[in-house]
Design a protein around this ligand. Structure first.
Ligand code: SF4
Length: 484
């Protein structure tokens, strides 16, 4: 492709969590309104953006390597604009320009609305552009909070990755300050969005065809906002949006164990559109480690929470996060985490090897003293245990019929190119109400509909099955497996 002075081809690479995925989606939507087009070819783009994550060292290394790789393009392509946005931008700030002088803009998580303007300015002035929020210690809580803006413009339907599913941000930031985590610094103070705004966003999404919304927050169940003299908690918010016409499923991630209140559990139990699925990171099964991490709860308190979940919402799927190799983690501490997984049989666990993060409390207090090979071994042992449990629990579904919201072509079908073919039957993927992934064959037109699937096989991560349709024959209802 020949390059024109302003070819408006945008390449964006996103690492990190769902919050980052949503941020990228919104930035792309804003740039599309200015006639930018997305390209997967970094060499064809005249605007390259990296939406970054600082939670793990590895994610940062990946971005710096990518920046190194495109350094030489800048010399031969004077119109190229390279931007770093998100958590790493907020955390590293000027350091990014020092390490990668060819970068044109550095934009923090609280300033994403500035990006279209800054790209224009960088291109016309050829000067570096920076838009950052205040540091956590850069002023009063209020002034720091005001410097982080929640970026939630309305999205056009064709700009969402899936027409039937959408993320909705309900809060930004975090005030928990776990000692290993940079998020309170990169995303600022905890701030909940007004319930009326969230409800209106959900209504708009539903009118655009969205069936499933996932409410996002770093500690989503800490949601609190007072509007018109009434305080809304997470349970009130769920009730407020529950009857939105067209919405069939509501999920919310990620939960903080200490804020898992009874009213929220009762809301999940009583509101049929709310998925019976809770992601509540434990991080460790050892009290000493939890204390060092400053998680704010003990193993006994986490256990009490799990008992309340199971008693209030029988059959609710719970998933967790664990950090292995955190400062001072003994073999005994690690085994306590393994025992916790055995005890609660999580649907799945996201397991991470600890990596030291500059700017966190842990970084200043303790050495990162667990050797890499020990971290790796613990990581693998924990994964093996969780996989065994997930496989055993998924096996219970064999022979049952599950309700699935069909999301469209599976990864395999997309890779094979089946998704773009006219085939009446391709491999599809969807999720159950308790967030289990289901793969089955069917017509691509089923994307966005609720289907029933007979499960006949499983893996640790997936249920495999075939669609059931009900056909009325001579007054009798029979089940028919559908192939197309
Ligand atoms: S709760 Fe802890 S781990 Fe989660 S975002 Fe806040 S500080 Fe980080």
């Amino acid at each position: 492709m020949s390059e024109t002075p302003h070819n408006k081809q945008l390449y964006i690479e996103t690492v990190g969590c769902q919050m980052n995925m949503l941020d990228s989606e919104l930035v792309v939507a804003a740039l599309r309104k200015q006639q930018f087009e997305l390209t997967n070819d970094i060499k064809a783009a005249d605007t390259i953006l990296f939406n970054t994550c600082s939670v793990r060292e590895h994610a940062e290394h990946k971005i710096y390597s990518q920046l190194g790789r495109i350094k030489f393009q800048k010399r031969s392509r004077p119109n190229l604009v390279i931007g770093v946005m998100g958590c790493m931008a907020q955390k590293d700030q000027e350091l990014i320009f020092e390490k990668a002088p060819h970068v044109d803009l550095v934009v923090g998580t609280g300033q994403l609305g500035e990006i279209p303007k800054l790209i224009d300015e960088a291109r016309s002035s050829r000067e570096r552009q920076t838009a950052l929020s205040l540091d956590r210690k850069g002023g009063s809580r209020e002034s720091v909070a005001n410097s982080f803006e929640s970026y939630d413009p309305l999205r056009d339907p064709e700009m969402r990755p899936s027409p039937y599913q959408a993320f909705v941000r309900i809060m930004i930031g975090c005030d928990k300050f776990c000692t290993y985590c940079v998020v309170p610094m990169t995303r600022g103070p905890e701030q909940s969005r007004p319930p009326s705004l969230i409800a209106s966003e959900v209504r708009t999404l539903a009118e655009q065809g969205v069936k499933e919304v996932t409410l996002l927050g770093q500690t989503v169940n800490s949601y609190r906002h007072t509007e018109d003299g009434r305080e809304y908690r997470m349970s009130d918010l769920l009730e407020l949006i529950h009857d939105t016409e067209g919405i069939e499923r509501i999920k919310f991630v990620t939960n903080y164990p200490k804020d898992m209140t009874d009213d929220l559990l009762q809301a999940v139990r009583d509101l049929p559109k709310v998925c019976r699925y809770l992601h509540v990171p434990a991080q460790s099964g050892c009290d000493d480690q939890l204390k060092a991490m400053k998680r704010g709860y003990t193993v006994a308190e986490y256990r009490e929470m799990m008992q309340r979940i199971n008693a209030t919402i029988p059959g609710c799927a719970v998933s967790s996060d664990f950090i292995v190799g955190f400062c001072g983690e003994s073999e005994e501490s690690f085994q306590k985490s393994m025992a916790l997984i055995e005890e609660f049989r999580f649907k799945n666990s996201f397991i991470f090897k600890y990596s030291e993060r500059p700017g966190t409390k842990a970084n200043g207090l303790w050495p990162d003293d667990i050797p890499e090979d020990v971290k790796k071994r613990r990581n693998n042992e924990m994964l093996d245990l969780q996989n065994r449990i997930s496989e055993e629990d998924n096996a219970e579904f064999i022979g049952t019929t599950v309700q699935v919201l069909c999301e469209g072509a599976s990864k395999t079908a997309t890779k094979r190119g089946d998704a773009d073919s006219d085939s009446p039957s391709i491999q599809l993927v969807g999720r159950t109400d308790c967030d289990r992934i289901v793969v089955f064959d069917g017509n691509p037109r089923l994307a966005g509909s609720m289907v029933e699937v007979d499960v006949h096989d499983i893996t640790a991560t997936t249920l495999l099955g075939s669609i059931v349709t009900r056909q009325i024959t001579h007054g009798m209802e029979i089940d028919l497996p559908v192939v197309s």
